[in-house]
Design a protein around this ligand. Structure first.
Ligand code: HAS
Length: 549
């Protein structure tokens, strides 16, 4: 890919990993506070570091890394960017970075300790919401750049299906743009007027609902780029083709349709929404599980085909033939393995009644550490190991590969310990998001920490291993960016592994985006129009809705 596109991707990776360093450090502090073994200085508040941890890792690290990967992949699969695309993508990067910097300053100065979900009634400085708006606008500019690049390619290649990577990127970006409408509406029309004092109060239920309209598809905005790597990169590492081009595309279409009208499954305990709408969205949530099951099926098929091609026999002989010594693959394989309990936990969360048991407990924290914190993060690690050398022209040396194995191994162990402890503690009743880790000496509450896995130390040991692993990753990244020897010979140059995908049987209508956008909008209206209008009609006096809505 062109030098400009490389630079752009590298800058995105750079910001992603700076956020990663600060975010993981905050995580380390948190496990110790939770276990009552660390007293923060008076100028630093638990909720401040919790906010920084969530925002910098879940929102910022992911977003920049995702754009780095999509930029590199779009340039690779559709050809280098023209000047307009380049301009928009740089503008997008700059605006997102300014928003990130402003948000970080607000959090560090203690004016935005509102957690990464930032919804009312918690209130931050108005500038924090301005910062968030800038982050969103920046990602929109980057999205328009990539979509523009795709449209130009389509014009040059009339009637042809686009390469799988580009198709999946477009689905991810459309999902992102539609999802952002909710958060933009609430930030611009509710939070900013409220935080700057232009209106007296805020319609809390409406703001939370608009947040989760965005918040759930947000998790698929993190997941889908990982799935892009699973579908297009993993088969190449295994030496086979994509298992089924149409299955892969269909799964992304299903995400576009079903990942948005489901936000109420985060609000099942909230009294302001009637059971009917909650139930409807729970049903739709079960629909969005299907494309993940299709992905699991597709991955197993890919593994088996590759393993058998390499001589694996019997029921499971192919398993041994997988390229275990290739850390790019192993990292992603572990990522997938973690998603089996991660996804199962999601199904438990979504099951209306079971949600009563787990909501607002440490279980949920366990859940998202084995969804975004491992399947997504470890896939991004697997990508990092080849993407940076590919972009910088440096070598992923044997020494770095060994370190990478230690890094992914320690991440897996740390996450296994920490997330298992969190799940168990949550089931026992330990709440999430609390600085009162000693529970005021309450004997019953302290019993939560008496188990073999759920004791005082396990979570902290897990968290510490994770932090050390994160620092090792940063060391590897710094090496790949600036220090590792440059590849001189052609065969030393790192490749961008993209598998061949047979499009000959893929139905053309899968790429008719207007159909899918139309169905997605219809489902959103069905799930949201009435309950949201109900919330607006019953807006509390003084919340400004008679002006803005
Ligand atoms: Fe979730 C809460 C439901 C997936 C992230 N989720 C959260 C929160 C986050 C999050 C961050 O219904 C907390 C928000 C907060 O702060 O309040 N989640 C689901 C469901 C799914 C799901 C149904 N979540 C994710 C993903 C995330 C993520 C993905 C991030 C990337 N989640 C919920 C609910 C809540 C929730 C409720 C609210 C709870 C509450 O009360 O607050 C589904 O998408 C999951 C489907 C996935 C599968 C797994 C398929 C398995 C695959 C791997 C195959 C493996 C192979 C390897 C091939 C069915 C694809 C083989 C290896 C061997 C070893 C054999």
């Amino acid at each position: 890919i062109g030098i400009q596109d490389r630079k752009l991707a590298l800058w995105n990776i750079g910001v992603a990993y700076i956020a990663f360093i600060i975010g993981t450090f905050c995580g380390l502090l948190q496990v110790f506070v939770r276990n009552n073994s660390l007293d923060l200085p008076t100028w630093l508040n638990y909720y401040q570091i919790l906010t920084a941890h969530g925002v910098l890792l879940a929102l910022i690290f992911t977003t920049f890394f995702i754009f780095a990967f999509l930029i590199a992949g779009m340039s690779k699969s559709l050809g280098g960017f023209g000047p307009k695309v380049n301009l928009f993508a740089w503008l997008g990067f700059i605006v997102t970075t300014i928003g990130t910097a402003l948000a970080t300053v607000m959090i560090i100065s203690g004016k935005a300790s509102v957690l990464y979900t930032f919804y009312a009634p918690l209130k931050a400085s108005g500038w924090y919401y301005v910062a968030l708006a800038l982050v969103i606008i920046g990602t929109w500019l980057s999205s328009f750049a990539l979509l523009g690049h795709y449209v130009a390619w389509k014009k040059r290649n009339k009637g042809q299906l686009s390469p799988l990577f580009a198709y999946m990127t477009v689905a991810t970006l459309i999902l992102w743009l539609i999802a952002c409408l909710g958060v933009v509406a609430t930030v611009v029309f509710q939070y900013i007027p409220w935080a700057f004092g232009w209106v007296d109060t805020i319609n809390v239920e409406l703001s939370r609902s608009l947040f989760w309209y965005f918040g759930h598809p947000l998790v698929y905005f993190w997941l889908l780029p990982a799935y892009i790597a699973w579908y297009t990169v993993v088969p190449k590492l295994l030496g086979v083709k994509v298992f089924s081009d149409s299955l892969a595309r269909l799964s992304f279409v299903l995400f576009l349709l079903f990942s948005i009208p489901v936000g109420f499954h985060h609000q099942l305990t909230e009294p302001g929404i009637s059971s009917f709408w909650k139930f409807l969205q729970v049903v739709l949530t079960f629909m969005v599980i299907i494309p993940s099951l299709m992905t699991a099926f597709s991955m197993f098929a890919t593994f088996e085909i590759s393993g058998r091609k390499k001589g694996g026999t019997g029921l499971f002989g192919w398993f041994k033939k997988l390229p275990w010594k290739d850390v790019r693959f192993t990292s992603i394989f572990i990522a997938m393995a973690f998603f089996i309990p991660g996804g199962a936990g999601g199904i438990i969360n979504a099951s209306f009644q079971l949600n009563e048991l787990v909501h607002n407990t440490l279980w949920i924290v366990g859940h998202f550490h084995i969804t975004v914190g491992t399947p997504v993060a470890m896939t991004f690690m697997g990508i990092t190991f080849w993407l940076i050398p590919y972009l910088t022209g440096r070598k992923f040396t044997k020494r770095l590969q060994k370190l990478a194995f230690i890094q992914i191994g320690s991440w897996s162990i740390g996450m296994l310990l920490m997330s298992t402890a969190q799940h168990i503690l949550g089931l026992l009743g330990a709440p999430r998001r609390t600085a009162y880790s000693g529970y005021s000496g309450n004997v019953n509450a302290l019993e939560w920490f008496d188990g073999i896995l759920s004791n005082h130390v396990t979570m902290a040991v897990g968290g510490t291993i994770l932090f050390l692993s994160a620092m090792l990753l940063v060391y590897i990244v710094a090496n790949l960016l600036f220090i590792a020897p440059e590849a001189k010979l052609k065969e030393e140059i790192e490749e961008f592994p993209l598998a061949e995908s047979d499009k000959s049987h893929t139905p053309k209508f899968l790429e008719n985006w207007w159909i899918w956008i139309g169905v997605a909008v219809a489902l959103i209206l069905m799930a949201y129009a009435l309950p949201l209008s109900h919330m607006i009609q019953h807006a509390p006096p003084g919340s400004g809705h008679h002006i803005t809505w």
